[in-house]
Structure formats: C-alpha cells, structure tokens
Write a protein that binds this ligand. Structure first.
Ligand code: NDP
Length: 295
C-alpha cells in the first residue's frame, strides 16, 4: 500500500532527521527550509524540495514543523496563509503552552488544524526504540496521521488543549536539565579536591537510580504520594534541617571556588518554604513554595 505523503518544514538537526526517517519509512517527503541548501542531502535520498512554503503546504495534508520556535513558523508561513486550508500542522518545536494555544487559534483562523508535539529525544534517537512524543490537539486528527507520525517515535496523547504537549515537554526538560546540571555541580565539587568524574559516577548513578525506585530513597514515589495527599510529614528529617544542610552545600561550593548559583537558589527556596510555616514538614512541602511564587 502506498505510504501517505508528508511535508517537513525546518531542516535543523531535528527536522532533517525527521525527514530522513520519513523517507526511510517510504513516505513521499517534501521539505522546505529557510536556508534551502540544507535540503541537499535529503533530496539525494529522494525528498522533494519545495520552492516556496506554499508549495510545501500544497504537497501534503500532514505538515510536520520542526524549527527553533513558533516565531519561525509565523516567519515561514505568513505569506502563504492562503495555502493553509485543510492542512494539519504537527508542530514539534519548542514553545510555551500559551504560545501554542495562540498558534492553535492562528491555524484554525486560516482553516488549518494544529497538533502540537514535544519530542523527547535528540536527533540520533528519532524513530529509535525509546523515542516518544507528547502530542496534544484533536485526538481524531492525531489518529488519522498516527501511522505516519509513529515513524518518529511512540505517540503519547496528553489531551485536546494544544498547550498540554509543551507542559509535559517543559516539565520533562526541567527535570532533565536540573538533574544533569546538579550532577555537573557534584563533579565540580568533588573535582576541586582531585576526585575524578569516574571515581564519583557510581555514587551519582546509585542515587539517581534509587530516586526512581521503591526503596527508602524512592523520592519520586514518596513526593508524588505526599503531593497528591497534601500531607508532608517531617518525621525524622524535617525541612528546616534540610534547609540548614542546603546552606552547607552552598558553603562547600564557595570553599571549592565553584559557581553556587544553583545551590543558592535551592537553599533560598527551602528557606522560603520554612518561612511559610513548613519547617516541621518534610521535603515535599517545598512544593507549597513552588506553587506560591515569591512576590
Ligand atoms: P534549531 O532549534 O536550531 O532549529 C533550526 C531550524 O529552525 C532551521 O530549519 C532554521 O532555518 C529554522 N529557523 C529558525 N528561525 C527561523 C526563522 N525565523 N524563520 C524560518 N526558519 C527558522 O535546531 P533543532 O533542529 O535542534 O531543534 C528544532 C526544535 O526541536 C527546537 O524547537 C528544539 O527545542 C526542539 N528539540 C530539539 C532537540 C535536540 O536535541 N536538538 C531535542 C528535542 C526537541 P535555517 O536552517 O534557515 O536557519
């Protein structure tokens, strides 16, 4: 059975790999990029280079967009809005949820439909086992294009509000960046005393694995249960004790001569939760300070 045609707009590292993946799966693939030269390797593999964004839109009902941000989409399509009618724009670019909601209105105002996606792998992971994409928008539209989009990774539908895909995506990114940055801080801290990264890695690995586990350090489960129940017992490790400890992490960084921006922000957040009255609660009561930003 012939495969459904697809258009890819944006040929940065992500979009180019997406287009190559569609080609590998046998989809007739049309591409457009502001800098047309980036299409050359894809044309060699069988892609069609559209001369204009309007031509790219005309080529396929499903138009996958992967650009730096949503401004790039408007810049690319603003002179081709007449060609948007009947198209499904699956935009997998980064943005804020409200920006995506505005883009949904913009698309429907031109007779198109926006599906939003947050893709959770870097270019080499696209279409490979473990790759997944958070999608939001109309589920029946996603279902209609499921077979094509499945080439990029597992499809995780998170809701009809087009902002949701980016809420999940940004939540995951913050978890990823804060964890990896905290690990770099740990390496710099022990490195200041001549401890190598490889000497420390087993301890970092054990801690991160334990956080996701079911043991006494299984804090993803513990915090989820406490946040959901609204109960954060301090028991034998109160938040006040941990706020004092967070201050020592800052002091250790200062003594080591490394940047302490991250630990200082953490310490300040802990103390704000203590000042809100959660000093005798547990670690999860920091959630209350996160939900109530400082004015
Ligand atoms: P970039 O974020 O660098 O995107 C580059 C693409 O955006 C190019 O096609 C570029 O065109 C286009 N672009 C940027 N500004 C404009 C504009 N004003 N008008 C027209 N086109 C524009 O590269 P990536 O491919 O890495 O990322 C794409 C998206 O995927 C981003 O939103 C990113 O956050 C997200 N993402 C990236 C991951 C990664 O590991 N790289 C992982 C998961 C998501 P030109 O070639 O002409 O400059």
């Amino acid at each position: 059975m012939p495969k459904t045609p697809v258009t890819v707009i944006g040929l940065g590292p992500m979009g180019a790999t997406m287009a190559a993946t569609f080609l590998e799966h046998g989809h007739p693939t049309t591409v457009w990029n502001r800098t047309a030269a980036k299409a050359a390797p894809l044309v060699e593999k069988g892609a069609t280079l559209a001369a204009t964004p309007a031509e790219a839109l005309a080529a396929s009902e499903l138009v996958v967009i992967s650009q730096t941000d949503y401004t790039a989409m408007y810049d690319s399509l603003k002179d081709s809005t007449h060609a948007l009618k009947g198209r499904v724009l699956a935009n997998l670019s980064s943005g804020s949820p409200d920006e995506l909601r505005r883009a949904g209105d913009w698309a429907s105002g031109h007779g198109a439909e926006l599906l939003t996606g947050g893709i959770m792998v870097p270019p080499p992971g696209i279409g490979k086992p473990g790759s997944y994409v958070f999608y939001s928008g109309q589920e029946k539209t996603l279902d209609a294009h499921r077979e094509t989009l499945r080439a990029l990774g597992d499809i995780t539908f998170v809701g009809t509000d087009v902002g949701l895909a980016m809420l999940y995506y940004q939540a995951q990114l913050y978890l990823f960046w804060s964890t990896t940055t905290a690990y770099m801080h740990a390496l710099a801290l022990v490195g200041s005393a001549g401890v190598s990264g490889e000497q420390f890695r087993p301890f970092g690995t054990a801690l991160v694995s334990a956080l996701a586990g079911d043991g006494p350090m299984g804090y993803l489960r513990i915090i989820t249960e406490e946040v959901d129940s609204g109960l954060s017992p301090g028991a034998d490790n109160t938040l006040r004790m941990q706020a004092v400890g967070a201050g020592h992490v800052v002091e250790a960084g200062q003594e080591a001569g490394i940047d302490t921006t991250g630990p200082t922000a953490l310490k300040d957040l802990f103390w704000r939760a203590v000042d809100m009255g959660h000093g005798d609660g547990g670690l999860s009561s920091v959630f209350e300070a996160i939900r109530a930003p400082a004015t």
